[in-house]
Design a protein around this ligand. Structure first.
Ligand SMILES: Cc1ncc(C[n+]2csc(CCOP(=O)(O)OP(=O)(O)O)c2C)c(N)n1
Length: 317
């Protein structure tokens, strides 16, 4: 229990502090990429990713800093990519919205809502044909549920009995529009439950709870040979795109934020750790992560850009 909780905290703290550093430095204008921050949703990316094997495959959206850091654990290529540098994980050509780390199992992320959902089903089909036991987990927001491709993929995955874990990170907002103004039904889970797909729901900000729920979902997929759907609620702390809070824009209020902030995933995990660890042990973990982040930023800032004649290499256009 202690080891698991320390590992989860390391990942939660890494994501929060890496994004805090992005927020601090973004206005230097050295990071030219749009930022969709994971802040507030760390328990989901950490809990789910920690339950997956390194050989499993993960796909995500433009809001995937948390998934990248939880899967790869590395910050050098992450920050270099934010700075658009040749040492970035895609030589500075992907930016924040198209992060990948194939060696850690993060296959692809995309700026186009819903795009990676059918790709995940395709990968699950390949894995099933190859009988290699690999799982595919695909992360998407509640806005992706508004796309036909989600329902077509869910249906096909159920009919074809594909080993795929659908992970809906539900912050109840697509850009600025709440679910009640977008959905002609009461509950996503109730509708998905009508399919041959097991549904797991949670509004926990405890990474350990999400981790256990994911283990249960993966077991269900293995035992039943059918897909599973995780419906996980969280509160997006910052604006849709950018690094600021946006409680003055009229589409949501600070009161709801304060309720979620009181059970913040990073603070909650730190408080739990005090059951097993002394304060200075926790500080040592935090200091190591903070200094690693600062070193990565320095390296990213000093690194060269890709040469102009490489502009069209490694890109699809
Ligand atoms: C196919 C497509 N339609 C519209 C957009 C514009 N768009 C970008 S993000 C977004 C909202 C998505 O909300 P959600 O899926 O809940 O994810 P979140 O941003 O909350 O993580 C929209 C409509 C897009 N990128 N792709």
């Amino acid at each position: 229990m202690k080891d698991l909780n320390i590992e989860l905290y390391r990942k939660l703290y890494l994501i929060r502090k890496a994004e805090d550093a992005v927020r601090r430095d973004y206005f230097s204008d050295k990071m030219k990429t749009p930022m969709h921050m994971s802040t507030g949703g760390e328990a989901i990316c950490v809990g789910v990713c920690h339950a997956l094997a390194n050989t499993d495959q993960v796909m995500g959206t433009y809001r995937s800093h948390g998934i990248y850091l939880a899967k790869s654990g590395e910050t050098d290529q992450f920050f270099a990519e934010m700075y658009g540098k040749a040492t970035g994980m895609a030589k500075g050509k992907a930016g924040s919205m198209h992060l990948t780390s194939p060696k850690s199992g993060l296959i692809c992320t995309s700026a186009i809502v819903g795009t990676t959902i059918p790709v995940a089903a395709g990968a699950a089909y390949a894995n099933k044909m190859q009988k290699n036991g690999k799982m595919v987990a695909v992360f998407f927001g509640d806005g992706a549920i508004d796309e036909g491709v989600f329902w077509e993929t869910l249906n096909s995955a159920c009919v074809m009995k594909l080993p795929v874990l659908f992970v809906c990170e539900d912050n109840d907002i697509a850009v600025h529009i709440p679910g009640k103004d977008r959905h002609g039904y009461r509950s996503i889970s109730e509708v998905v439950e009508r399919f041959d797909c097991t549904v797991f729901t949670s509004d926990s900000t405890d990474a350990e709870v999400i981790h256990k729920l994911t283990q249960d979902a993966l077991k269900t997929i293995r035992d039943s040979g059918r897909p599973a759907f995780m419906h996980l609620k969280y509160f997006r702390y910052l604006e849709h795109v950018g690094v600021n809070e946006d409680f003055n824009q009229g589409y949501r209020d600070r009161i709801e934020y304060e309720k979620w902030r009181a059970k913040d995933p990073v603070d909650l995990q730190r408080a739990k750790l005090l059951r097993w660890c002394k304060e200075d042990e926790i500080r040592a973990i935090e200091t190591e992560i903070e200094s690693r982040i600062e070193q990565s930023i320095k390296k990213a800032d000093a690194a060269p850009f890709s040469a102009p004649n490489e502009l069209y290499e490694d890109v699809l256009a």
